[in-house]
Design a protein around this ligand. Structure first.
Ligand code: E9O
Length: 478
């Protein structure tokens, strides 16, 4: 219900914003449909003022359907059973192609917010620097015909250090602090500025709207053997994947965590590479970039996890998804994550900036034989590097472990080979996963996936201590 008091002020516009609803959503205000959206994990909104009944109680209704089909992201299928001797009439099942429970519903906050009738609707900030200055380029979208935008850069203490006028411009700072990722030896990390935009009426000179956007000054680059943040080599440690809530992304900006921002494109198979899927995938990437484009924590976009990258249709499909992503943001790297696949069959790696590979040697193959891990990882990653001459991140590794049991030796066998390869082309290692998580039922999934280094209740397993020790020792070397 929308409180009555909110709808009595008529000089404002009201927007309804859903942080995420999975998967197909229809939203009504009272009896009027105001928006539809397809896709989970990302926000969507509509301006709804004109549908409010003033002085009355208003109702916002949201209908959500989580059915996954060959053209959704992630994709899935529906199987109908016609044998009525074994299944009830009209029986069907949902099959999914990912290792997550297909939760339905609204997962993130629903906000009703107001703006003035003329307002600042968007801003894009791009930063770069050299020895003498930092350059803050901004581009504002304002819903206004005549107003003027005044822009100030505020430092972390709230002091104005830069100034400009107009919908777009470049503010030059001759003295500045960079946004650095958190490392244990670095005490000046995650420095955030604020771009303060003020919309001023050109006729009356009065302030119409103010918008404040945090940002950091930092750059991202890659060579064939290094990932560079602010021109310094950076080695990724952490857990992967999929789009996080905006609150988590805010924390990443503030605490100096580096994020590979991935869309929910997990488990794409050959029948998911058609035009309908492609158009939807492109619009999901645009939505992801629109949400996170000003975040210094985000250094890379990932367009998919473990797609069928050896399929001949995967080349043209991902070429287009990747180029759409680059059009939306040319300042960050773009990648996808390789699942079980062979370097000599891959169709997609030529289009990415950096190679991400998932490996489970001695788990999904040669189960328990941890003595082969080092050999097999080196052999495979060497070949990916030799074939494509790009830096590599080992983006998933790990073993399911019931709490109280050990996967420590399994992890350590990986760390030994990582220590060899990180002197060469390996620029990151990400254990899968932070915590145990729910999946669809399956014979190999007793109450979900147990690859967490923490339990689902966030209690540490022995693996968590192994990973912490490693991250501490690597962290102090930076
Ligand atoms: C994606 C992640 O969401 N990667 C999967 C993880 C898993 O444990 C999942 O939780 O299932 C790993 C896929 C590796 C499949 C290897 C199959 C090899 C058969 C020989």
């Amino acid at each position: 219900m929308v409180p009555k008091s909110l709808v009595t002020v008529i000089c404002c516009l009201y927007s309804a914003c859903l942080g995420d609803a999975h998967y197909n959503t229809i939203v009504w205000v009272n009896t009027v449909e105001v928006m539809r959206h397809s896709g989970g994990h990302l926000p969507f909104e509509a301006e709804v003022s004109k549908y409010f009944l003033h002085g009355a109680t208003n109702r916002l209704t949201v209908a959500v359907n989580n059915t996954l089909t060959p053209t959704t992201l992630p994709p899935g299928t529906i199987t109908y059973q016609n044998d009525t001797s074994r299944y009830p009439e009209g029986y069907f099942t949902q099959n999914i192609q990912m290792d997550f429970f297909n939760y339905a519903g609204i997962h993130r906050p629903v906000l009703l917010y107001t703006t003035p009738s003329q307002y600042i609707s968007d801003v894009t900030i791009v930063t770069r620097f050299n020895e003498t200055a930092a350059y803050i380029q901004y581009n504002v979208e304002a819903q206004s015909t005549s107003a003027v935008v005044v822009t100030r850069v505020l430092n972390a203490d709230g002091k104005a250090v830069g100034f400009e006028k107009g919908l777009s411009g470049v503010i030059v700072l001759t003295s500045y602090s960079l946004w650095w990722p958190y490392t244990m030896s670095n005490t000046t990390y995650a420095y955030l500025y604020t771009l303060e935009l003020t919309l001023i009426s050109s006729s009356e000179g009065s302030v119409i709207d103010i918008y404040r956007q945090p940002f950091g000054i930092r750059t991202v680059n890659v060579t064939n053997k290094q990932l560079l943040i602010n021109n310094k080599p950076f080695y990724c440690l952490g857990t992967s994947h999929y789009p996080y809530a905006e609150e988590i992304m805010d924390e990443a900006d503030r605490f100096g965590f580096v994020v590979i921002d991935e869309c929910p494109g997990v488990g794409i198979k050959s029948n998911n590479l058609g035009n309908v899927s492609l158009e939807h995938h492109k619009s999901v990437m645009r939505e992801l970039v629109a949400r996170d484009k000003n975040r210094p924590s985000v250094v890379m976009w990932s367009v998919a996890n473990e797609p069928v990258s050896a399929d001949t249709n995967a080349g043209p499909y991902f070429k287009e998804v990747i180029s759409t992503t680059r059009q939306a943001d040319s300042t960050r790297l773009v990648t996808f994550v390789i699942g079980p696949s062979d370097y000599w069959k891959d169709q997609v790696v030529p289009y990415v900036d950096i190679i991400c590979v998932n490996h489970y040697y001695a788990w999904y193959s040669d189960m328990g034989h941890i003595e082969v891990i080092g050999l097999q990882i080196k052999q495979d990653l060497d070949m990916w590097h030799k074939t494509f001459n790009k830096s590599i991140i080992l983006s998933e590794y790990g073993a399911d472990t019931i709490s109280g049991f050990h996967s420590v030796d399994y992890l350590k066998a990986h760390h030994t080979v990582f220590d060899v390869l990180r002197n060469d082309y390996l620029v990151g290692e990400m254990v899968w996963n932070f915590a145990d998580f729910m999946t669809v039922q399956g014979v190999n999934r007793p109450y979900g996936n147990h690859k967490g280094i923490f339990t689902r209740q966030r209690q540490p397993k022995p693996a968590a201590f192994t990973i912490r020790n490693r991250y501490v020792s690597l962290g102090t070397q930076h």
